[in-house]
Design a protein around this ligand. Structure first.
Ligand code: ADP
Length: 450
């Protein structure tokens, strides 16, 4: 059993992990940059260690810095949160080579899922439905043209090392293919040092549906249903809900079982998310994230489980505390991501918080590292809080979200809260009728600059 865990992260997710540790009677160690000396995660942890200057590359991404902090504090395990080093197979290897435990999957699983071609190939072989397209990488324009003709246009060219929406180009027709092919390759090369690309059919109006899975590392696995994260701006999720308004109990059971069986076969350990595009009743795998997701609280709300506690348990070698039959959905949950950004351009808006008041009451959870007088540093991402609401059904969750947003006070910086007030007035949001393009279109019409 662990008695001390180091958290290689900051912000709300570091708090999230510290809270789980405290409930389990495990001491927590925060690491921080010099820009975060006054941060909430530093205040809340049992111990803290400064690991470097503000730039993430020299602090939160510094493997030597984090390993030294483990050594100094005597932590036996590292929870990586999300982002930063959470999907860095090399880091996992180093942690294990030092006789410490990485709270997450193995380096091998991270490596497989981190390369999109290998991930898709692995998933296809495990029986997970994938988007029609090339089998593996496409080396030449000729080959790309042949596949384009075969699967039909539009197609999307994706860099195998891509991420965060970079290295993906849509070709509407054969005439457009050369441009898309060359641009995706160039972006792959310049952003990720790898120009390998592959081709998929471009789905016109899908929803983004992701399945939460959890494995014990010994062939046992469950699924915790889906989250609909279709409301995205520039491929960044802004509003997530569970269960998905368009998914039936039969579909959930079917795709959930496919996913749980797939990760069971590879002895996956810990939390994972299998992401799909969903169109006309069909699921198409796009990628697997081998970590806790930002939006995990909506799943926790409807299933009444603590996913971080569970991650720690299986990392300790304990069995999962629930089986598939113990997991039943209770009500509906919605999360909105509150960023320190100025509308309409979503430009980052760091600065000093002059007043902060978190909403409360039945079915309301605010995961945030803000406090009165805190200064948001300009060096990291702009997420300052996640507001999660839980109701008996979707209309109650929406009403609760409206009520909770009204209670929230964040003064001193601009935030994306007004966006959510506006979205809640939209009939399509009220009815759950949206796809992955809905928000971009809405923003163009309603929030156009100038
Ligand atoms: P990243 O790792 O950059 O997030 P993904 O493969 O997860 O890349 O794709 C990101 C987003 O791009 C998806 O959520 C979806 O909006 C869009 N996308 C990806 N593949 C397709 C496709 N075949 N058809 C339509 N849209 C796609």
């Amino acid at each position: 059993m662990f008695d001390k865990i180091l958290i290689a992260n900051r912000g709300e997710i570091a708090l999230r992990v510290i809270r789980a540790c405290r409930e389990m009677g495990i001491a927590s160690v925060a690491v921080h940059s010099t820009a975060d000396s006054d941060a909430m995660h530093v205040r809340m942890a049992d111990e803290s260690i400064c690991i470097g200057p503000p730039a993430a590359s020299a602090s939160y991404l510094s493997i030597p810095g984090i390993m030294a902090a483990c050594e100094i504090s005597g932590a036996q395990a590292i929870h990586p949160g999300y982002g930063f080093l959470s999907e860095n197979a090399n880091f996992v290897q180093i942690v294990e080579d030092h006789g410490l435990t990485f709270i997450g999957p193995t380096a091998e699983h991270i490596r497989i899922m981190g390369d999109k071609i290998t991930a898709k190939d692995t998933m296809r072989k495990l029986g997970v439905p994938c988007v029609p397209g090339s089998e593996g990488g496409v080396a030449t324009l000729d080959e790309a043209q042949r596949i384009g003709d075969e699967i039909g246009y539009p197609v999307i060219i994706k860099a195998t090392a891509g991420g965060g929406g970079k290295g993906m180009k849509v070709a509407q027709s054969a005439a457009d293919l050369e441009r898309a092919f060359q641009t995706a390759r160039a972006e792959g090369k310049s952003n990720f040092g790898n120009d390998e690309v592959y081709i998929e059919k471009y789905l016109a109006t899908p929803r983004h549906i992701e399945i939460q899975v959890f494995g014990d590392g010994r062939g046992g696995a469950v699924h915790l249903g889906e989250r609909d994260c279709s409301l995205q701006r520039r491929h960044q999720k802004v509003f997530e809900e569970a269960p998905g308004p368009s998914i039936s109990a039969e579909e959930r059971a079917r795709i959930g079982k496919v996913c749980a069986d797939a990760i069971a076969k590879i002895n996956y350990i810990g939390a994972g998310t299998i992401e799909f595009l969903y169109e006309h009743g069909e699921f198409y795998f796009i990628e697997m994230n081998t970590r806790l997701q930002v939006e995990h609280p909506v799943t926790e709300a409807i299933f009444g489980v603590d996913l971080v506690r569970e991650q720690i348990r299986v990392a300790e070698g304990l069995p999962m505390s629930f089986g598939q039959d113990d997991l039943t959905i209770n009500g509906h949950a919605i999360e909105v991501r509150i960023n320190a950004e100025r509308l309409p351009n979503f430009s980052p808006c760091p600065g000093r918080i002059t007043q902060y008041h978190a909403p409360g009451g039945l079915g309301v959870r605010m995961d945030s590292a803000l406090y009165d007088g805190y200064s948001i540093p300009p060096y990291y991402d702009s997420l300052i809080g996640k507001l999660i609401v839980h109701g008996r059904d979707r209309p109650e969750a929406l009403a609760r979200l409206h009520r909770a947003l009204g209670e929230l006070i964040v003064d001193g910086v601009d935030t994306t809260v007004p966006l959510f007030h506006a979205l809640l007035q939209e009939p399509d949001i009220q009815s759950g009728n949206y796809n992955i393009h809905w928000l971009e279109h809405w923003l163009e019409t309603n929030l156009a600059d100038g």
